[in-house]
Design a protein around this ligand. Sequence first.
Ligand code: ATP
Ligand code: MG
Length: 180
Amino acid sequence: MHLKSLVLKGFKSFADRSALSLEPGITAVVGPNGSGKSNISDAVLWVLGERNARHLRGQAMEDVIFSGSTARKPVSVAEVELVLDNSDGTLPIDYSEVSIMRRLYRSGESEYLVNGSVARRMDVLDILHDTGLGTGTHSIISQGSLDSILQSRPEDRRALIEEAAGILKHKQRKEKSARK
Ligand code: ATP
Ligand code: MG
């Protein structure tokens, strides 16, 4: 599985529709300070279901909607679409390409679409479950959080390594069955 494309429209500094196509392997985004690099990783986090505005470097969720600039008026809806290549069947869904889209209107109304059909946030989380991708995992490490990882207690750092190795879920299952 790999990220195939990311389309932003009205999201943070991306007022106009901007499409990034991604290839397997490493992609680097370069640009001057304030040009929107971190906004791209915020977009990935957001479309995958992030609901804590602070994790998206804002105060309220509405802050992800383009708020206007000297040249442009604010817009009323933010939209991000992430297309995942699922030709290896990593995601438990019968499509070789999975599109996840999230929209938020200034009125507060919001929606998710999976391959064009209206879905719940839970559906998106279910699709990503056990893939290592998604909110709360460490597939996205934001600017600044690297410091807290380096300064974390050994136990916390161990949890991080366990998650990366994919053994956290087995540990949770083990604890669950031991309680029964
Ligand atoms: P650095 O190299 O300093 O990390 P960066 O390329 O990561 O910079 P970002 O943090 O992605 O930059 O982008 C910040 C810019 O995005 C700021 O100019 C900010 O005003 C703009 N921005 C953030 N949210 C919105 C919004 N809702 N509407 C319009 N512009 C926004
Ligand atoms: Mg940045």
